[in-house]
Structures are given as structure tokens and as C-alpha cells.
Design a protein around this ligand. Structure first.
Ligand code: GLC
Ligand code: CA
Length: 575
């Protein structure tokens, strides 16, 4: 999208203003460093036309609210035309918008309105597979010698009725689907309706790189690369090893089948070449830095570090899906993994994630007694670390997971296949709770929304929390401001403090010469006392000032005695 000269001047002026107003290092470092990214699931954010499904105009209408959170960018999960089997992750056309969400015009307006508020737009890019309704697949499946046959992964079965090997779909059962018309199987890592593209085919590569260029021209500031580690499979089609427990017994997965380890269908070497090309294209963008965020399921920091590229020429922000997904308050484990991210990725920027449209919300850490304070602890760990942080719409008001209780209500197909062990992802995808009104201000009252509005919306919503300093919303807003405006919290290095403490996780953020910040989180349901001796960090503690603390926490006396409530947080500045 070409910018009008007036828009360009305005952007220039904004930059000057930012400099003049002392905004932290905004001009000297890429916009996405130390940034906050807000994940929006468009179906569930705001319905503007009363059909029970969220849409782009709904998001645009809510941008002032988004701005109030202090976020730098929004990541939109897929809004392309789609049969919606996987709610948009099955794409039938990569270069336009699904009419249920709006039009390209609506998209342009969203990008422009976001930009006015200094919010950037990150698109979800699904490279691994298309919908089976994509014209490419229709052609590919039409005959064995169609020119697009080789755009997907077609193979003969091992024997009549037998798939080529034992590979499994993430969503259960064989990853191979038989096509009677052409007598071969196609490979699908995800749903049957999501055939994998054949990335060994240069024509496929070119088509997908063109998609990247298309959206860059349209003004997006980055991509979240879906399932990007699974682009390639072992070309010799060997069986994958079976997963065994400690006693050597084969493990049975939630779908009731012997589990295989995924080692020949994920993180194959070719992925890195693709990442380098995607990065080269992103880096060629005039006037702005386009960021590549990766959905990177890794098992260790060394694996994570490879995603940045040997020469830092791959992803700027591969997701660290370890820290946020510890799923219990294991202080030592958090300390280790955060420290790993600080020391084990070559000084690159970590990207921490707490939850998403694929993962039960933050309340999976809840104890039912201290949940609001637990929400404060988790958001602090995510946002006050040295990282770029992603959080998921609704976290900021304490929206909870609302998993269906009856199989017949499930919309996510994996919840039907896996019921009752795997109930699918509907629980984390319910509509945003704006008000206490019927349909929570998401859709007009009386409309049937695509997923039910949780009963908790009557008490948990934006309207009731707005302007209340002790609300969880006010907490998120304060953290957002701190991450922006406090130099130590935005850019400072991070050192874990009191490494032997199994109850309280605390760390120091520090920039050369500036005031340092200490972040202290009580990981237990009991009150705790902590003290700090910062001489080893070169800080002779003089003045201490409170930046943020859990409502109801007493002001600290000194660094040698800080009292924390159960799951209490204290963030303070030391000079
Ligand atoms: C990613 C998405 C998930 C989707 C899958 C297949 O994991 O986050 O929602 O189902 O890819 O596209
Ligand atoms: Ca709608």
C-alpha cells in the first residue's frame, strides 16, 4: 500500500514527537524489541454487524481500548477466506479477506486507524498447508498428472488400504488421507481438510513468498508464522519411533492410539532456508521493520536459539513456548528458563507467551482462591521480563477458560475426535467480555453468538473494571505503561536475584547509568518476606521508590524487609 505524502509527514512528526517527549529508545532500536503484542482472535473480539461473529470493523471500533493497554502491535489470527474447519487456519485464498470478517477495504482502514494510534498489525501466515478447498488443491487432486500434483505431498500406500507409513496428525489418527479418485494418499499434519504443501517444490515456495510480499505491500508490520517448523518431512518416509514411558511401555495418546514422536515430520533442516528467505523479503521492506514471529515449539533453549539463525538472519522473534507453559508455580523452573532466555540466545530478544487460541487461558495456574493476584503474578513475569511479550485478548480483564461441558456443543473438531480427554480449544476462544449486558457487548442482545458468552461476563468485563485502580485491567494498563516508559523495564539487562529462594521469584532490570528496577513475585499462597543485598550488582541502595504493587500491599520499609501478600507482586525502582 502506497502512503499518501500527508500520512508520511504525520509519521515523521510522530517520530520527532516521540524523541522530544523522551519515549524510551523508540528510534534507536527496532519497534518490536521490548514491545507488547496483543493477540486478537477476530471471530471473538467484536461483532459489528450482528451476525454473532467478530469482524474487522469490530476490531477497528475497539482500537482506542487496545491503545489504552499500551500495546505496540496486534496479531490477528487468520482472516483469509476459509471453510473455517480450523477457524481460519485452513486457507482457501491467501490474498483477500473472508467476507465474514469484512473486505480488503476494511482491512486497509484497520491498518490505517491502527497506525494513527501507533499500533502495528501482524498477520498470521499459514505456510505449511492450505484448505482442501484451495484451488491449488482442487487442481492437485484432479489427476496424477495435473501440473499442480506436486504442490502437495502425494504418495502410494504401503499396501492396499495401508497408508505410506505411521505418521500421525496433530489432531489425531493417520496423517495420510486416501483419495479414491487418483488412488494415492495425501499428507496432512493437521486436519484432513488441511493438506500439507510440498515445500520441496520451487513453485510452492515462490507462491508463498509472493503472499508475504502481498501483505507487506498492504502495510502489515510482521507475520506470525503458523506451524512453521513442520514445513518438511523426511523424504524417505521412514516410520516415526514410538513414544515409550520409563518402563518401556508404548504411550497411548488422547485419541487412544500408540503415540509416535514426530521427529521425522518436524524441524527438518530445510526449514532454516525458508526462514532465511522470508527474512530477506521482510528486511527488504522500505520505511519499516517487518518482524517475523514464529510458532516454534522447542524443547530447550539451544533449540530455540537455532530459530534466530546462525547469523541472526532467520526469525527475529521465535516464540519461547517454554517459560509461560510451565503450568505450575515452580519457582526454580521459571528462574532457570527465564535465565536461559537471557543468557542462551546470543543476546537476541526472547518472546514470551502465556496463552493463546490453542492453550487454556491463564486461569490454568489458578487455585480458585487467589486468582486475580495469580493473574497479576503471571502478567508480571511475562511483561516485566527482558522480552517482547504476547498476551491474549481478555487476559487483561481476567477472562477465564470456558470449556464446553457437552460434546454436542463443541465447535473445534479436535474436541469431538478427542472427547472427553481432549475437549478442543473452544474454551479459550469465547467472545470478548465488554459489558455486563446480554451478549457482553460483543454482539447485540438476542443474537446467537458463534460460541456461547460465558456466565462470568456479568462480573468480568471491561466496563466494570474501567477506571477502577484495583482492577486487573488497571494492572495490565500499568504494566503496559511501565514496559514503554521505564528504560530499565523496556531495555535493561536481566539478572535473577536470590537464586536459592523457592517461594519468591525476583529479578533485577538495569541499564547502564540509569535507575534499576527490581521485580518481586510471590509464587505461593502464603505471605512471604524477602530482602535484597545488591552490592554484588554494583547497587548501593539509596533511594527506593514503588512503581507498582498488588492492591492491599503495604509500602515497603527497606530493601532488607519486603512483605508480600500471597501471590503478591512488588515492582520498585532503586537508585
Ligand atoms: C497452529 C495454530 C492452530 C492451528 C494449527 C494448524 O498451531 O495456532 O490454531 O490449528 O496451527 O494450522
Ligand atoms: Ca460480524
Amino acid at each position: 500500500m502506497r502512503q499518501h505524502w500527508a500520512t508520511r509527514c504525520l509519521i515523521g512528526l510522530t517520530a520527532v514527537f516521540a524523541l522530544w517527549s523522551g519515549a524510551v529508545a523508540a528510534e534507536t532500536q527496532p519497534w518490536w524489541k521490548g514491545a507488547l503484542i496483543y493477540e486478537i482472535y477476530p471471530r471473538s473480539f467484536q461483532d459489528s454487524n450482528g451476525d454473532g461473529i467478530g469482524d474487522l470493523n469490530g476490531i477497528t471500533a475497539r482500537l482506542d481500548y487496545v491503545k489504552s493497554l499500551g500495546v505496540d502491535a496486534i496479531w490477528l489470527t487468520p482472516i483469509y477466506p476459509s471453510p473455517q474447519v480450523d477457524f481460519g487456519y485452513d486457507i482457501a485464498n491467501y490474498e483477500t479477506i473472508d467476507p465474514i470478517y469484512g473486505s480488503l477495504k476494511d482491512f486497509d482502514r484497520l491498518v490505517a486507524e491502527a497506525r494513527k494510534r501507533n499500533i502495528r498489525v501482524i498477520m498470521d501466515l499459514v505456510l505449511n498447508h492450505t484448505s482442501d478447498k484451495h484451488p491449488w488443491f482442487a487442481e492437485s487432486a484432479s489427476s496424477r498428472n495435473n501440473p499442480k500434483r506436486d504442490w502437495y505431498v502425494w504418495r502410494d500406500g504401503k499396501a492396499p488400504g495401508k497408508p505410506p507409513n505411521n505418521w500421525q496428525s496433530v489432531f489425531g489418527h493417520s496423517a495420510w488421507q486416501y483419495d479414491a479418485k487418483t488412488g494415492q494418499y495425501y499428507y496432512h499434519k493437521f486436519y484432513i481438510q488441511q493438506p500439507d504443501l510440498n515445500w520441496r517444490n520451487p513453485a510452492v515456495q515462490k507462491a508463498m513468498y509472493d503472499v508475504e510480499r502481498f501483505w507487506i505491500r498492504r502495510g502489515v508490520s510482521g507475520f506470525r508464522l503458523d506451524a512453521v517448523t513442520s514445513l518438511y518431512e523426511d523424504p524417505t518416509l521412514r516410520d516415526e519411533p514410538i513414544v515409550r514411558d520409563k518402563a518401556g511401555k508404548p504411550e497411548i495418546n488422547v485419541f487412544g492410539e500408540v503415540a509416535v514422536d514426530g521427529s521425522l515430520t518436524d524441524k527438518m533442516p530445510g526449514v532454516h532456508d525458508v526462514l532465511r528467505t522470508l527474512r530477506r523479503i521482510a528486511d527488504g521492506t522500505p520505511r519499516q521493520q517487518v518482524v517475523l514471529v514464529g510458532e516454534t515449539w522447542v524443547g530447550s533453549v539451544s533449540e530455540l536459539s537455532t530459530m534466530y539463525g546462525t547469523h541472526n538472519d532467520e526469525l527475529q522473534l521465535p516464540m519461547d513456548l517454554q517459560v509461560g507453559f510451565i503450568d505450575k508455580f515452580d519457582t526454580a523452573r521459571f528462574r532457570k528458563l527465564i535465565n536461559d532466555a537471557e543468557t542462551g540466545i546470543g543476546g537476541n530478544e526472547p518472546l514470551f507467551v502465556l496463552d493463546s487460541h490453542d492453550k487454556p487461558r491463564w486461569d490454568r495456574y489458578g487455585d480458585g482462591v487467589h486468582n486475580p493476584d495469580i493473574g497479576r503474578v503471571l502478567s508480571t513475569v511475562m511483561i516485566a521480563s527482558r522480552d517482547t511479550a504476547i498476551y491474549y485478548y481478555g487476559d487483561e480483564i481476567g477472562m477465564v477458560t470456558s470449556t464446553p461441558t457437552r460434546k454436542e456443543d463443541v465447535r473445534d473438531p479436535v474436541g469431538v475426535t478427542g472427547w472427553p480427554k481432549e475437549k478442543g480449544r473452544d474454551g479459550e476462544r469465547t467472545p470478548m467480555q465488554w459489558t455486563a449486558a446480554p451478549n457482553a457487548g460483543f454482539s447485540p442482545p438476542g443474537v446467537k453468538t458463534w460460541l456461547p458468552i460465558p456466565a462470568s461476563s456479568v462480573t468480568t468485563n471491561v466496563a466494570v473494571q474501567t477506571g477502577r485502580p484495583d482492577s486487573i485491567l488497571a494492572w495490565y494498563q500499568a504494566l503496559g505503561r511501565l514496559k514503554h516508559d521505564n528504560a530499565a523495564l523496556r531495555n535493561g539487562s536481566e539478572v535473577m536475584l536470590n537464586p536459592g529462594d523457592l517461594n519468591v521469584l525476583s529479578w533485577l532490570r538495569k541499564t547502564p547509568g540509569g535507575p534499576a528496577v527490581i521485580v518481586i513475585c510471590n509464587f505461593t499462597a502464603k505471605p512471604q518476606k524477602v530482602s535484597f543485598d545488591l552490592k554484588a550488582q554494583g547497587i548501593a541502595t539509596g533511594k527506593v521508590a514503588t512503581l507498582l504493587k498488588t492492591p492491599g500491599t503495604n509500602d515497603l520499609g527497606s530493601l532488607s524487609e519486603i512483605a508480600l501478600k500471597p501471590f503478591g507482586v512488588y515492582i520498585l525502582q532503586v537508585r
